[in-house]
Design a protein around this ligand. Structure first.
Ligand code: GAP
Length: 450
């Protein structure tokens, strides 16, 4: 399939099946802003659960945090965002469109979409810095004193709480604080569907380490984060870890590597892992006058920890899983569209169908569906249309397993489990169904990648 077709197909599947809708659609939308529908919200939730599980629940050395979106504005002065979180922009004097000066080759003139910026006959201005932070006002009076910002990253809320978390948990470096939450950036050239939007959810973890151990932990987190995507089924041939060159490094970073994916529009950053040194804690300590050093009572050592930061975007992860899972298969008689999503992140885990809408099969199917829901499986009941069509609908939703109740089930309490990827069917006793499905979820491997 041609790569540009793939992106169009993903966008249309997302709308048709209820993953992603354009926001404020009935009012004509609001550029590059999206809402997540019933399947999309489940996908996001599962991606977050999978991240949280690996980064927090399964570890003894990482704890969670949920910090405020609007912090004291000094936070962003100290972090460098007020002064330096900007992109160089140029304006077209004719059509008044604004473009990122460093991305002109990818941009199109809004008046003449087949043309590049300036090709509409307008002259482009000299580049000017444009700050990406969203400003707002706190309290009843709008004025200089009430200006506040929507956070452009979740990381700073973690640095502000470093001491609180350390003292309340009695953890000592090396340890991490993880957070998932919304971030906001007034991106001037958002695009590629939900890849770059102005409002998005980040999953970030700041791992505080003794300064002498920074390189060891940086290597560790680069490997660990890369492996997470492979474990969730992403094609390893479409993933790479790319170290930043010195000129690309952010002002706070000693080293950064991006986990990149080969999108239909080319290689792009999926997640970044940075060695932020002691930059943030030192700056906040200096600006607030509060001591943010760590004192080790055993070794009597005192130091400001270095920070290794894996930072990813939940929406970008979800988009990547969708693109990577999308497949169109030519079968003997017809073609099917299927999402080979890992069962841990598939919006629905099990479809439950009575073979026909009579003879007690719907009642039995409802009973089985309720049991699966109680056991924690995301379950969808469907009795409409022929069984083949119901399977196809779930293939397109990425549902890995379907359970069919037929005439024999009523006699022997055995159901048919149909697998999305292989389309193979097996007979499984109802009494063993939850154990069977649980093993199938956790033992899943994408058949064409093993
Ligand atoms: N605290 C470091 C930080 O925020 P970043 O590379 O700017 O680093 C981390 O952002 C991740 O957040 C990116 O790898 C990407 O997945 C996601 N992200 C950043 N900007 C985004 C946007 N405008 N839309 C969607 N996701 C975004």
């Amino acid at each position: 399939m041609a790569q540009h077709d793939l992106m169009d197909k993903i966008v249309s599947l997302c709308k048709r099946k209820g993953f992603v809708f354009p926001a404020s659609e009935i009012y004509g939308g609001i550029g590059n802003t999206y809402d997540y529908g019933p399947l999309g919200v489940e996908l996001l939730r599962r991606v977050k659960d999978a991240w949280w599980s690996r980064m927090v629940t399964e570890r003894a050395d990482v704890v969670g945090l949920d910090s405020a979106i609007i912090q004291n504005p000094q936070t962003w002065v100290t972090s460098g965002h007020v002064g330096g979180f900007s992109d160089p922009m140029v304006d077209c004097k004719k059509c008044k469109a604004r473009f990122r000066a460093d991305k002109l080759e990818d941009a199109r003139c809004p008046e003449k979409p087949s043309k590049r910026p300036g090709e509409c006959g307008g002259e482009l201005t000299e580049p000017r810095e444009f700050n990406l932070m969203f400003k707002t006002h706190v309290g009843p009076v709008e004025g200089e004193g009430s200006v506040a910002y929507l956070r452009p990253e979740t990381a700073q809320g973690i640095f502000l709480n470093f001491k609180n978390v350390m003292e309340s948990t009695r953890l000592k470096p090396p340890f991490g604080i993880a957070q998932i939450g919304k971030s906001f950036r007034n991106e001037i050239t958002p695009g590629n569907f939900v890849f770059r939007t102005r409002e998005f959810e980040q999953a970030e973890m700041e791992f505080f380490v003794p300064p002498a151990e920074d390189e060891k932990w940086y290597e560790y987190w680069c490997k660990e984060r890369f492996q997470w995507y492979i474990d969730l089924g992403i094609d390893p041939d479409k993933l790479r870890l790319r170290a930043h060159e010195a000129k690309e490094l952010a002002h706070y970073a000693k080293a950064t590597s991006d986990v990149e994916y080969e999108y239909p529009f080319g290689w792009g950053e999926l997640e970044g892992i940075a060695n932020r040194t002691d930059f943030d804690l030192s700056r906040h300590s200096e600006a607030s006058g509060k001591d943010l050093v760590y004192f080790d009572p055993q070794t009597k050592e005192k130091y400001t920890p270095y920070v290794i930061e894996p930072a990813g975007g939940i929406n970008r992860m979800a988009l990547t899983f969708l693109i990577d899972a999308y497949d169109e298969e030519q079968l003997e008689k017809d073609k099917r569209t299927v999402l080979h999503l890992h069962p841990l992140i598939a919006p629905t885990t099990v479809g439950v169908f009575p073979l026909v809408k009579k003879e007690g099969m719907p009642e039995k199917a409802h009973e089985i569906a309720s049991g699966l829901r109680r056991a924690g499986f995301s379950t969808f009941y469907d009795e409409k249309a022929a069984i083949g069509r119901r399977y196809r609908r779930q293939d397109e939703n990425g549902t890995p397993f379907c359970v069919t109740i037929d005439g024999e089930t009523l006699a022997d309490d055995v159901v048919t489990v149909r697998h999305r990827d292989s389309m193979e069917q097996e007979r499984v006793p109802v009494a063993e169904l939850t154990t069977y499905l649980s093993e199938a979820v956790h033992g899943w491997k994408r058949p064409d990648r093993t």
